[in-house]
Design a protein around this ligand. Structure first.
Ligand code: GLN
Ligand code: ZN
Length: 784
């Protein structure tokens, strides 16, 4: 094999720090406990540490500008002067006040965070930019707002500043930029065009490109040779206009400075039908994701110009599994033998932003499981090994390869991973496990009879405020300062108070309040087989907020009941029905790191069966109403439309698997935290939950039109209380929402409930808000 030049790139490294240093620096600054200078110093130190770490680990193409104090889309907005008027004029250089006002809102308006960790606002001061998910990850970016008369200018030279900062440390970096087309496509149109038509932010491209051009020239002048331009929109379905925009953008940018080379970076999926457009771009390098789309390897080796530097995303940037290095090398060797290249770059499939920092910090994970895993720095080691093997042959890295081969083989054989009982149960599933005994109409009769609820029944979504006291008790339990018995007694007393209070204000279907749960996925994962939890496996969700996703490593089953005792206790306190609360399989899957040795749908079915066992036990214990939350059902939709049907089919199947074992008279609820149902309404109907509660209060019920459109037969609880805001809705306001809902649903269909769970709200808000909600429902009943 001819000699080959191989570089190693990281594309981006976690920003939060190995001990969440960034989180603590930010929160201390926001709390007024440290100065701007201290925050900036903490950030500088983090950047320096990250650069050194990557160099130590053998990365040859080290990124800069992948760091952010809050979010890279926000950085880009500020860089190009896209500052909405409510935050004042775009600042020259970096203004921390403007930056955090855009991130978190300003004035008296910021009021904490909702159950998804999103910032909330009460309408006073300037509301923060909206936040939404970055492609199909659990990272949230801030959505730039662009107006039809938007002007751009280079206000902040962050990429240049970071390049120079690294240079001063003796490290030559490759700046990372959000590509102009991705920036515009992910932005939101603020206002209409002059003629009143909806305006497309993409139309601003001609105004935006000169600013990117100016930046590129400055970078080149400072000594930058390569720039990584991220255009993940290239893995989405693109319109002809969008493809034309890419052509315009890269024709313009590639002509800015002859010294500068552009590495166009795509990730999270296949280029597919966008590959042809990419091949025509005047770029110098292309990065492709070979985890999500391994078949791209042959295509890009075959079709891209020989002088392009190909960056191959061979190690999973989205998941925590140790790579099968020998397998990767086999594939590369084979492909390269057919289509040799003089040089290559090896990289993770995408930025390492989406994985935890360092496995070595996980001192409490058992040794067997640990050897199956790789976090960000271990992935860099893997890339280094792969690069060495490509350059000099495998002999030089045989020890590293042997270690990996051993771990891979062990994982494949382990009885902790493979449980024959689980496999057998899945195999034996038939249609009977997937449908309720009778159609909704018949079940409805049985449920009316059993539950004798009033018209417009009132309920809540499950959780009540997780007060500081409750969290403290949980921490004390974890630290061994509170006995399990005392902790449980404390939780029982919280439940009792919540039940009494719900009875007092006249709610019809009560909940126990979920006080004993740390998190709606973790609580269940900790009680199931096949799940593991890390100590420091934090991943940034947005800003300072980090999550520690569970790791699903093996076959999932439920060794013992998980919620029955708590439910039974709550029900023993009252004669009103207490709704049992579970998290659904699709949500558990979407919020975890999922094993990569089984199809996702199969893992999801295993979780569904474990939840089904709990459902059946709850029913046997006497629960007449069981709610199975599917907060992340819609989130799991694939990026490409063509892949939607496949996902929806198995996601619906999993919900039906977990929920369909019960008798007609047992009422199954589901809750979903959003209201965009138009495009998946048939799947929502196919889930066949007796009652679904959804988020609608802010959209004034218009989104219920989707349900009317297909004459959805089952019951619906459209949220009438916006729990994302601390504001207490009045009775009149709730009544108006109910009126709007009744224009779209029959009276027999309508339930009355808030938009979502109340765990991040305070009792001072929840008490009056729910009292008003019950009053509005009662008024409506009286008026009939
Ligand atoms: N039952 C959960 C709660 O009330 C639902 C939360 C959610 O869907 N995000 O907290
Ligand atoms: Zn919700």
């Amino acid at each position: 094999m001819p000699s080959i030049e191989v570089s190693v790139a990281s594309l981006g490294f976690p920003r939060i720090g190995p001990r969440r240093e960034l989180k603590f620096a930010l929160e201390s600054y926001w709390a007024g406990k440290s100065s701007q200078a201290e925050l900036l110093e903490a950030a500088r130190k983090l950047r320096s540490d990250r650069w050194q770490e990557q160099r130590r680990r053998g990365v040859t193409v080290i990124p800069c500008n992948d760091f952010s104090l809050y979010d890279h889309m926000l950085d880009t907005a500020l860089m190009v002067g896209a500052v909405p008027a409510r935050f004042g004029a775009p600042p020259r250089g970096f203004s921390m006040d403007t930056y955090f006002a855009m991130a978190r809102g300003s004035g008296t308006g910021t009021a904490g965070i909702d159950v998804h960790g999103h910032a909330q606002h009460d309408g006073k001061g300037a509301a923060a930019l909206e936040m939404t998910k970055w492609f199909d990850t659990n990272y949230h970016y801030l959505v730039p707002e662009l107006s039809p008369d938007q002007r751009f200018e280079l206000c902040w030279t962050k990429p240049l500043d970071e390049f120079r900062e690294a240079k001063a440390l003796g490290i030559h970096t490759r700046p990372v930029l959000v590509g102009p087309v991705t920036f515009l496509k992910l932005a939101k149109a603020a206002g209409n065009a002059e003629d009143g038509s909806v305006f497309d932010p993409l139309s601003l491209l001609p105004r935006l490109l000169p600013v990117y051009g100016q930046l590129l020239r400055q970078l080149a002048a400072a000594g930058v040779d390569w720039v990584q331009i991220d255009e993940p929109v290239l893995v989405l379905d693109l319109s002809a206009d969008e493809r034309a925009a890419l052509a315009t953008a890269y024709q313009t940018l590639s002509a800015e400075d002859p010294r500068l080379k552009l590495m166009l970076t795509t990730y999270f999926g296949r280029l597919g039908d966008n590959l042809d457009s990419v091949l025509k771009l005047p770029i110098d390098g292309l990065h492709v994701d070979l985890l999500r789309a391994p078949e791209q390897l042959d295509a890009v080796l075959d079709q891209t110009p020989a002088d392009w530097l190909l960056s191959l995303g061979v190690v999973d940037g989205r998941n925590v599994w140790r790579a099968d290095l020998s397998l990767i090398l086999d594939r590369l060797d084979k492909a390269l033998a057919a289509k040799p290249r003089a040089r290559l770059e090896l990289a993770p499939s995408c930025s390492l932003l989406h994985v935890p920092v360092d496995l070595d910090a996980e001192t409490e994970l058992d040794a067997e499981l640990r050897q199956w895993l790789a976090f960000a720095v271990q992935k860099l080691d893997e890339l280094k090994t792969l690069a060495a093997a490509l350059r000099e042959g495998r002999a030089g890295v045989s020890a590293a390869l042997q270690a990996t081969d051993g771990a891979v083989a062990d994982r494949r054989r382990s009885t902790r991973v493979h449980d024959a009982k689980v496999a057998k149960r899945l195999q034996e599933l038939g249609d009977a496990h997937r449908s309720r005994k009778h159609p909704f109409a018949q079940r409805h009769e049985a449920q009316l009879h059993k539950l004798s609820l009033p018209k417009f029944p009132t309920t809540t979504i499950g959780s009540f405020p997780q007060t500081g006291e409750i969290r403290k008790a949980r921490a004390a339990l974890a630290h061994g300062e509170l006995s399990r018995a005392d902790y449980e007694a404390k939780m029982r007393s919280e439940i009792e108070q919540a039940i009494r209070w719900q009875e007092q204000i006249g709610l019809d279907v009560l909940v126990h309040g979920e006080f004993e749960r740390n998190d709606m996925v973790q609580y269940f994962g900790e009680q199931l087989t096949g799940f593991a939890f890390t100590r420091l496996g934090w991943v940034q969700s947005y800003g300072s907020r980090c999550v520690r996703p569970p790791i699903i490593y093996g076959d999932v089953s439920r060794p013992h009941e998980m919620t029955v005792t708590w439910w039974r206790y709550a029900q023993s306190l009252t004669s009103k029905p207490v709704k049992a609360m579970l998290t659904g399989p699709v949500t558990m899957l979407n919020w975890s790191f999922v094993r990569d040795d089984e199809p996702r749908e199969q893992v999801c079915r295993q979780i569904a069966l474990a939840i089904r066992d709990e459902v059946m036990d709850l029913e046997a214990a006497g629960a007449a109403i069981i709610q199975i939350d599917e907060a992340a059902f819609r989130e799991g939709l694939p990026l490409r439309h063509a892949d939607w049907a496949g996902y929806l089919e198995w996601a619906v199947d999993c919900f039906r698997l977990c929920s369909s074992g019960v008798a007609d008279a047992t009422q199954i609820h589901s809750h979903m935290c959003y209201s965009e149902f138009n495009d998946i309404i048939k799947s929502i109907a196919a889930m066949d939950a007796d009652v679904i509660s959804i988020e609608t209060s802010r959209s004034r019920m218009e989104l219920l039109d989707a349900f009317r459109g297909i004459s959805y037969p089952n019951q619906i609880g459209p949220g009438v209380y916006d729990i994302h805001s601390p504001r207490v809705p009045g009775v009149g306001e709730i009544s108006n929402l109910l009126t709007a809902a009744r224009q779209r649903l029959t009276d027999g269909q309508l339930w009355v409930n808030p938009d979502c769970g109340l765990k991040t709200r305070r009792w001072e808000e929840v008490r009056p808000a729910l009292t008003n909600m019950v009053e509005a429902a009662q008024e409506l009943r009286r008026s009939l």
